[in-house]
Design a protein around this ligand. Structure first.
Ligand SMILES: Cc1ncc(C[n+]2csc(CCOP(=O)(O)OP(=O)(O)O)c2C)c(N)n1
Ligand SMILES: [Mg+2]
Length: 596
């Protein structure tokens, strides 16, 4: 353990005149302090990386953590550090740690904390805070804010540590809250005074907790498993939907075995792509609009029936109108007992961690499981082939200027040739087209805007993905999306990370063609500077910038980036007329009843 020494305790007693030889003083007291106890508690729990941004009162903490062998990745804005921590949590099943200063730094990190909670990513936002006595009397302290109260509704749990001897408990509680059950964001408030508080080093050492079994397995009930299997067995047109929770579980082999042993067609949600290779013959992605309304029994594995699945009802699911339920019966495999019935009736909830549930389902299936009826599989295969052929035709075109399809045809090839590369993706059209065109081959290789469809995750996710995995990262970014975190290209260069950012530059949000309806000198709200050179941002910090106007130029630039592993930003010029409003979710835009 790192310790500090109390000068008062070790200073030799001043010899007194005429007092004769000084009697040897008691053993000097070894002290530790808040700084060191926090670092020791994190290290004791296997935390080897912290994402953050220094300033009062945590500057010295970041220095000392680095000195103690923790990797401290320092960002240009806390939101990006927070997003990095969140996705590190998703990738590793260990809580990702983000450290910020008080009030404004805390608030900058809060969006990431809330997004982590919504997406069930385990992260801990650790923020320094100002003096409690002054904050609570609202006497106007430096960066005064009641951070704990503000964080509470936006995260799974929030804690404050006031005394050095409670640091061990505080960090243990934060870790357990982040990773156990349904994972999520946790806030840990550390007032400035805590860092310098001293205590006896030995007592400090004994106060730390190494968390035992932080995310205990949750075994599903045998009756629940049997109920699910009975329902599945009787299905004429069964479907499996794999969600991000299934990817998080790291139960890849069992999930694949379950899908393959049942022979049931499956749909991966966006971040579950690659759990089985997207080219798998049972993938029904290319026949999504057919299988959702037609299926009679749907097994959700770590997927929630939120807006991304049209709440399990409405026309998408064969309902008569937008609120009507279709005829499906649902099995829902989820870690949260509260998830079932959130939108429609769940006939067979299976509650437990995904790994335990899937292995129980596999065990319960036994041998001799009958494949789904051949007419169901044939109907899906037929639609799939038709849609895949149609897509191949579109991808083969080489329009000038480049459009989303011809650019993504290149990205698709590059990802196929580099299946270990991690794909980060945000934007509207740049997101939706990438998700549907670029096949993923391995689990947890696709990281994107998740449940909220949030912009701004791009560079934070990219930095964390590269730091945590050491793998090549490819970030496919809408030009608007990129802007939310673009300054972190400096971070990418500073740590020399193998990140290749491709900005799909269509001069704006959705497209670059809107005009100001009032005819004034301001451009429309969705339009940016035309022909912007995002590649030069990367060059400013010593990375490689490439301007790519054709698929051939894009291909070469991506291949070079991957070969060299150098920080690269490719400004990919995309036809500004090519996108659609809000990408695939145009229908969510409220419409004015008044006509202009
Ligand atoms: C934090 C946040 N702010 C705003 C939005 C609304 N929004 C959705 S997509 C998008 C940007 C779309 O433009 P771009 O990234 O250039 O993608 P394109 O469709 O042009 O390819 C915006 C601003 C959001 N999702 N999240
Ligand atoms: Mg755009």
């Amino acid at each position: 353990m790192a310790t500090v020494t109390d000068p008062a305790a070790t200073a030799p007693a001043a010899p007194q005149a005429g007092a004769g030889p000084v009697v040897a003083s008691a053993q000097p007291q070894e002290l530790t302090d808040g700084f060191h106890l926090i670092i020791d508690a994190l290290k004791l729990n296997g935390i080897d990386t912290i994402f953050g941004l220094p300033g009062i009162p945590i500057t010295d903490f970041t220095r000392m953590a680095q000195g103690a062998g923790i990797r401290v990745i320092s960002f240009r804005h806390e939101q990006n550090a927070g997003n990095a921590a969140a996705i590190a949590g998703f990738m590793t099943k260990k809580p990702g740690i983000c450290i910020t200063v008080s009030a404004p730094g805390f608030l900058n990190g809060l969006t990431a904390l809330a997004n982590a909670t919504t997406n069930c990513f385990p992260m801990i936002l650790v923020s320094g805070s100002s003096e409690r006595e002054i904050v609570d009397l609202q006497q106007g302290d430096y960066e005064e804010m009641d951070q704990l109260a503000i964080a509470k509704p936006l995260c799974k749990a929030a804690f404050r540590v006031l005394h050095a001897e409670d640091i061990g408990v505080g960090i243990a509680r934060a870790i357990r809250a982040a990773v156990s059950g349904r994972p999520g964001g946790v806030y840990l408030d550390l007032p400035a005074k805590l860092f310098a508080q001293t205590m006896d080093a030995d007592a400090g050492r004994k106060s730390l907790i190494k968390v035992v079994d932080p995310a205990p397995r949750q075994i599903p009930g045998q009756d629940a498993v049997q109920r699910a299997l009975d329902l599945l067995k009787g299905a004429r047109r069964p479907l499996i939907v794999l969600g991000k929770g299934a990817a998080y579980a790291q139960a890849d082999a069992d999930i694949r075995a379950l899908v393959e042993k049942t022979g049931i067609p499956y749909l991966p949600m966006s971040m579950a792509k690659g759990l089985l290779p997207d080219t798998h013959e049972q993938s029904a992605s290319a026949a999504r609009s057919y299988v959702l309304p037609e299926a009679d029994v749907v097994m959700l594995v770590g997927a929630r029936l939120n807006w991304l699945l049209s709440h399990g009802k409405g026309k998408t699911w064969g309902g008569k109108d937008h609120k009507a339920w279709g005829g499906q019966k649902f099995i829902q495999v989820d870690i949260s007992p509260q998830e079932a019935d959130s939108n429609v009736r769940i006939d067979a909830p299976v509650v437990g961690d995904i790994g335990s549930c899937v292995s129980a389902l596999l065990a319960g299936m036994g041998s001799g499981w009958a494949r789904p009826p051949a007419d169901w599989l044939a109907a899906i295969a037929e639609r799939k082939q038709k849609n895949i052929a149609k897509m191949a035709e579109t991808l083969a075109k080489d329009p000038v200027p480049m459009n989303f399809h011809s650019a993504l045809n290149v990205v698709r090839d590059i990802v196929k040739a580099n299946p270990d590369a991690i794909l980060v993706n945000e934007g509207a059209n740049a997101l939706d087209f990438t998700r549907s065109i670029v096949d993923m081959y391995k689990p947890r290789k696709r990281l994107d805007v998740g449940t909220w469809g949030i912009m701004g995750i791009g560079m934070g996710f990219s930095v964390a993905a590269a730091v945590v995995s050491g793998q090549q990262v490819i970030a496919i970014e809408g030009d608007s999306a990129f802007g939310f975190s673009g300054m972190e290209v400096e971070t990418i260069c500073r740590y020399n990370l193998p990140v290749c950012v491709v900005v799909f530059n269509n001069n704006g949000v959705y497209r670059g063609t809107d005009v100001n309806p009032a005819g004034g000198p301001d451009v429309a709200p969705t339009v940016f500077v035309k022909g912007a050179r995002y590649d030069r941002l990367m060059e400013a910090f010593g990375g490689v910038g490439v301007h790519a106007a054709t698929p051939a130029e894009l291909r070469k630039a991506m291949e070079d980036a991957i070969r060299s592993r150098r920080p690269t930003l490719i400004n990919a010029v995309i036809d500004e007329t090519a996108g659609t409003e809000s990408g695939r979710i145009t229908s969510l835009n409220p419409q004015s009843a008044r006509k202009k």
